[in-house]
Ligand binder design. Structure first.
Ligand SMILES: C[S@@+](CC[C@H](N)C(=O)[O-])C[C@H]1O[C@@H](n2cnc3c(N)ncnc32)[C@H](O)[C@@H]1O
Length: 301
């Protein structure tokens, strides 16, 4: 029986089991906890996710997957759910020993024979149709139950596109859904590092011209080349921490995969320094709209 691991817990905070199977939906290629049979893992060490619904969902899946009597360790930074772990695990029927290390709480228990409240946690944190949006989504996914204002602004100003393109960091597929309204679009590759987002996008973008990829835009082979267009609302958080190089990496990848004359439509928070990164990579960079704290750029290769 294998040990499981979820995310990348700090080795200074917990002992990491050797040879463990990775289950994080943010690590392309990882196994899917929801597909893991009940009582089939020897143990689980989980860097518990920050959102309450997302965390309770992941812990419920993990507890179900661990064999009764197997060790379950959940840890999280104090200000990202760590202080709630003990109560949440107790509510699932666990007897918890808690410790504090390096601004983290570490909650350790053995998987009890009888678990409580698992189905409710799975329903609340699982894939679901968000009535207000009419779209599939899941807690934990970017802006999971609303349209991000930056994406909404881009949707207002995006012209009809044509040919083959990519949606980098597609989330639940909002931008592609709009792009595919143009009959001149032949193909769109949707790429996101979050498996849950890609799965939701597959529901939301029901179109034979769409292709879906669970992958990291930073990987050189993640995005096909010679494209006519790219759309993106570039991320600037990696694992919860602001990381400007992430969005800049997206811009560089867009410049790389576009054919000469191809276009990149990008929406970004106004404070992010994309212009300087774009200018040397594209023939033309035009700021099309600046409103409500966001900037929309059209960059021509
Ligand atoms: C600002 S959100 C935009 C989502 C969607 N396009 C929209 O407009 O609602 C950025 C997306 O990029 C994804 N992402 C972050 N880092 C990534 C990476 N290295 N490779 C691929 N996708 C990534 C996130 O999971 C998130 O869904």
């Amino acid at each position: 029986m294998s040990a499981g691991i979820y995310g990348k817990p700090l080795a200074e905070v917990v002992d990491l089991p050797a040879g463990a199977v990775q289950f994080s939906p943010l690590m392309p290629g990882a196994s899917e906890l929801g597909q893991q049979g009940e009582a089939t893992l020897a143990s689980m060490t989980m860097l518990a996710p920050p959102g309450t619904l997302e965390r309770r969902y992941a812990m419920a899946l993990a507890l179900r997957a661990v064999v009764p009597g197997g060790a379950f360790t959940a840890l999280a930074p104090n200000d990202q759910g760590g202080t709630r772990l003990r109560k949440e695990l107790q509510a699932f029927g666990c007897t918890v020993t808690e410790s504090a290390r390096r601004h983290h709480r570490v909650a350790v228990c053995t998987r009890p024979d009888k678990l409580n409240g698992i189905d409710a946690a799975l329903a609340e944190g699982g894939p679901q149709l968000v009535a207000d949006l009419g779209l599939w989504s899941q807690p934990g996914v970017f802006a999971w139950d609303r349209i991000d204002p930056g994406s909404a602004l881009l949707l207002e100003h995006l012209p009809a596109l044509a040919g083959r393109g990519a949606d980098l960091g597609c989330g639940i597929g909002i931008l592609s859904h709009a792009v595919l309204a143009s009959p001149a679009v032949a193909q769109v590759d949707l790429i996101d590092i979050d498996r849950r987002a890609v799965q939701a996008a597959q529901h939301n973008v029901d179109d034979p011209r769409a292709r879906f990829h669970w992958g990291d835009v930073r990987d050189s082979n993640a995005v096909p080349g010679d494209l006519d267009f790219v759309v993106m609302n570039a991320p600037f958080h990696d694992a919860g921490a602001e990381d400007r190089t992430l969005g800049q990496g997206f811009v560089k990848r867009a410049a790389e995969v576009l054919r000469s004359g191809g276009v990149c439509w990008l929406t970004a928070n106004r404070h992010l320094p994309y212009e300087a990164v774009m200018k040397p990579l594209f023939k033309r960079v035009d700021l099309r709209i600046e409103a409500a704290g966001y900037k929309i750029y059209e960059a021509r290769k």
